[in-house]
Design a binder for this molecule. Structure first.
Ligand SMILES: Cc1cc2nc3c(=O)[nH]c(=O)nc-3n(C[C@H](O)[C@H](O)[C@H](O)COP(=O)(O)OP(=O)(O)OC[C@H]3O[C@@H](n4cnc5c(N)ncnc54)[C@H](O)[C@@H]3O)c2cc1C
Length: 599
């Protein structure tokens, strides 16, 4: 490749260009002259929430009516029409659970206080549902979304067209450019800044990395796709942090959690602490920013682009060093780094545990990974309540009738990919939760019990693992291997999950953990914390360089946070010596270990 060329990779589509364009442009075949209303532009979202989790896969951030069975308040906004007249309305939505039942996520659109006849959310698959014609006034028009069910209705965009049958995009890559062009963003100049290090993913790992780099005086950008920091520990997912602090206690205490039960509202208290400590640092914080792609120059990453999920506006973050803390290894994936997904054959790293056979590690490599959970809980109220019938949940749930959830409400299937099929996976667990609760409410003893909280952000455990100079595996932990470049320590057991259906259980959304005891501390080498292929990319958290079983011990958040801290300090040494992570590991490892706290 010519040295002056960039590879621009946006949402998995790569384009070669001498000067990287910031916004994609719409294919002129798509309709251009209508009025586009994007979900995030609703001025008042009422009870609807902005679901950003599946942006790459379905082409947008959509409004979700997450009412746990109770209809949510209308979302409301205004659009301007230049001229009064007849328009045709198309709504990008889906029936998220099609079958021989009424669609669970139905909603209406109200224009200037008139309810349109069409009921939306009733057609399978993300698509533009035709809502017929209507009249708009010249000037402002009020648009509302009215949830009819309380069960996860979803709306990505509304298009008011002068044509009855406009040609509209459906593939994510077409939607991005089309939405940018119609919204006027394509003509905006991209916000651009330079940093010493850019960290993508604001879970405990990314927060740890950012605080460590900041403590060394680096100019740090921390990009997080959700409004809150903390990843699985955040108030949106509510998993408590486990594992030892190792040498990272001073930093981890600022971002970790107490040991409340998974799914507990006490997550809010730790959220306040975490947000306060991040705000009190010099870190440049970018919540609500989805990293969407990157530019490469030669083998290195030159910049990352992220889209503000509320405005759609793209910012470009340039830096000499990048740390991938997305959990899903997005930077490594976009940058073309080698990664693994699924379980290794046990012969590859000698990971057999005969007591559990295939449930632990298979003879032949496969696509099985630990799954995604949706945490939930209920409460006792003073008044009896009922819960609606939901035929659409029954095929998933079976006879289960619990009144609270736990970590083992977990779904994985080797035919589904935890990233590509993430919406289907999250929805499968939601069906299990709601169907189960309907079953529970049939019992008179649960008359006063009502759902208190159900997450809509899925807690993911495992997906891509980016390959570094060293692949961490079972016996590195089990044999407590000493590494000269050890930068993280842990002592918890290895803990890999399998789906109970593997042992004949009819409920496919429940898992079981297998624990392999390790007595004493084990260590992770710095060589597992940078990509072997992209010289200026470090990787920390659950996407670090490891096998499926190698991940099972150090995947907990204090350990991931330690990985983040090690990479944050390493970024400081990269700056000090103008070198890449690999040479820091080879030439300055003593200094790195000293910064972390090893003597
Ligand atoms: C139900 C459940 C129970 C668990 N139990 C425990 C437990 O008790 N204790 C424990 O410590 N661990 C537990 N774990 C494991 C632990 O939560 C994960 O291994 C850990 O969160 C991994 O940390 P991470 O920072 O790598 O990833 P995450 O916590 O997933 O954080 C990554 C963050 O990056 C963001 N991100 C992803 N892509 C982008 C992008 N393109 N742009 C911007 N941001 C992006 C994500 O939204 C997320 O907030 C559990 C996991 C689950 C799901």
């Amino acid at each position: 490749m010519n040295r002056r060329e960039f590879i621009r990779i946006i949402g998995g589509v790569s384009v070669l260009s001498a000067v990287a364009p910031a916004y994609a442009f719409s294919n002129p075949a798509f309709s251009q002259d209508g009025i586009l209303l994007e979900a995030a532009s609703f001025a008042d979202k009422g009870g609807w929430v902005l679901d950003t989790q599946f942006y790459q896969q379905m082409g947008g951030c959509f409004l979700l009516a997450h009412g746990m069975g109770k209809t949510v308040q209308n979302a409301m906004t205004k659009i301007k029409a230049e001229k009064a007249g007849k328009y045709f309305i198309h709504v990008r939505t889906r029936d998220w659970c099609p079958g021989n039942w009424a669609a669970p996520g139905q909603f209406k659109v109200i224009v200037n206080d008139s309810v349109l006849e069409t009921t939306f959310g009733t057609e399978a698959g993300w698509a533009w549902q035709n809502g017929g014609s209507l009249s708009l006034k010249a000037g402002e028009n009020k648009i509302e979304l009215q949830d009819l069910t309380g069960f996860e209705g979803r709306m990505d965009a509304i298009y008011f067209s002068k044509e009855a049958n406009p040609v509209l995009p459906s593939a994510p890559k077409d939607l991005f450019g089309w939405k940018d062009q119609l919204s006027g963003r394509s003509s905006l100049k991209v916000n651009e800044d330079h940093y010493d290090v850019v960290i993508v993913g604001g879970g405990i790992t990314g927060c740890g990395a950012a605080l460590a780099a900041d403590a060394q005086g680096l100019k740090v950008a921390l990009i997080q796709d959700r409004p809150l920091f903390g990843g699985n520990a955040s108030e949106e997912v509510r998993v408590h942090t486990l594992g030892v602090h190792g040498k990272g206690g001073d930093i981890l205490k600022k971002i970790d959690t107490k040991h409340w039960p998974n799914g507990h509202a006490k997550a809010k208290i730790d959220q306040i602490k975490r947000e306060r400590n991040l705000k009190n640092s010099n870190i440049h914080l970018f919540p609500n920013h989805l990293a969407i792609g990157l530019e490469k120059k030669d083998k290195k990453i030159a910049s990352v682009e992220a889209r503000n999920s509320n405005t759609g506006i793209i910012s470009r973050f340039n830096a000499p060093q990048f740390i991938d803390c997305t959990g899903d290894g997005w930077l490594g994936f976009w940058g073309g780094a080698e990664f693994r997904y699924g379980r290794e054959a046990h012969s590859e790293f000698n990971e057999e545990w005969s007591k559990h056979g295939d449930l632990w590690s298979p003879e032949k490599a496969d696509n099985k990974v630990m799954g995604t959970s949706v945490l939930w809980n209920s409460q006792k109220s003073s008044k009896p309540s009922s819960f609606p019938k939901m035929p659409w949940a029954m095929p998933v749930v079976g006879k289960k009738a619990n009144i609270k959830g736990e970590w083992f409400w977990e779904y994985s299937d080797d035919k589904l990919n935890q990233i590509d099929d993430a919406e289907q996976i999250r929805d499968h667990v939601l069906r299990a939760i709601y169907g189960n609760f309907y079953n529970a409410k049939k019992s008179p003893k649960n008359a006063l019990i009502e759902l208190k909280w159900v997450a809509y952000v899925g807690g993911r455990r495992e997906s891509r693992r980016i390959i570094g100079d060293y692949i961490y595996s079972m016996h590195d932990a089990a044999k407590k291997r000493q590494f000269p470049d050890a930068v993280v320590e842990e002592k918890r057991e290895l803990d890999a999950h399998y789906q109970r259906k593997e042992k004949g259980d009819s409920q496919d959304y429940l898992s079981k953990a297998l624990f392999y005891k390790v007595h004493g501390l084990y260590y992770i080498p710095f060589r597992s914390l940078y990509s072997k292929d992209i010289p200026n990319l470090m990787i920390a958290g659950r996407c670090f360089s490891c096998t499926h079983i190698g991940l099972s011990g150090p995947r907990v958040m204090n350990t991931c946070g330690q990985m983040g801290i090690a990479t944050g300090y390493a970024a400081a040494l990269c700056k000090k010596y103008s070198q890449e992570p690999r040479s820091i590991g080879q030439k300055h490892i003593k200094e790195l270990r000293k910064l972390i706290g090893y003597s």
